[in-house]
Design a binder for this molecule. Structure first.
Ligand code: AMP
Length: 130
């Protein structure tokens, strides 16, 4: 069965898209640790990150780098935190999180945002993606 992220990539479930190319799709986490919390997902469905080939892994990191650069420009923060968990959704994804403290990396403190805020954040990040 297709993962929820595959359904998002195919447009069957809505998302706040930040960036896309033929291999990857980046969108805002719906339950963000902080404003701008973004997920970068390979379009090829794989459960665990270290089951990717070295080439796929490197390409994922390169794309995540470009998204992180856009986040740094768009979202005021001390730095961009990066994390890979995958316990909730078994489809590889990199969490990129604009952080100001360790609490922002703990997946416990969540930010409540309106759909207008999500739309605006996605547009700001997307505008800075190169
Ligand atoms: P994990 O698999 O533990 O790395 O966490 C999965 C992440 O996906 C969580 O931070 C969720 O908030 C996020 N998530 C789950 N469903 C959606 C969705 N439909 N749109 C955006 N983010 C989602």
């Amino acid at each position: 069965m297709a993962s929820i992220f595959t359904k998002i990539i195919k447009g069957e479930i809505p998302s706040y898209k930040v960036a896309e190319n033929d291999q990857f799709y980046a969108f805002l986490d719906i339950n963000p640790n902080a404003k701008g919390h973004t997920l970068v997902v390979p379009k090829k469905e794989e459960n665990k990150i270290f089951d990717l080939s070295e080439e796929e892994y490197s390409a994922l990191m390169n794309f995540s780098y470009r998204v992180a650069k856009a986040l740094e420009k768009a979202i005021p923060c001390e730095r961009i935190g990066m994390s890979v968990v995958g316990l909730e959704v078994p489809h590889v994804h990199v969490h990129l999180i604009p952080i100001n403290s360790m609490a922002d990396m703990q997946f416990m403190k969540k930010e409540e945002l309106s759909s207008e805020e999500f739309v605006s954040l996605a547009a700001q990040i997307s505008a800075n993606f190169k």
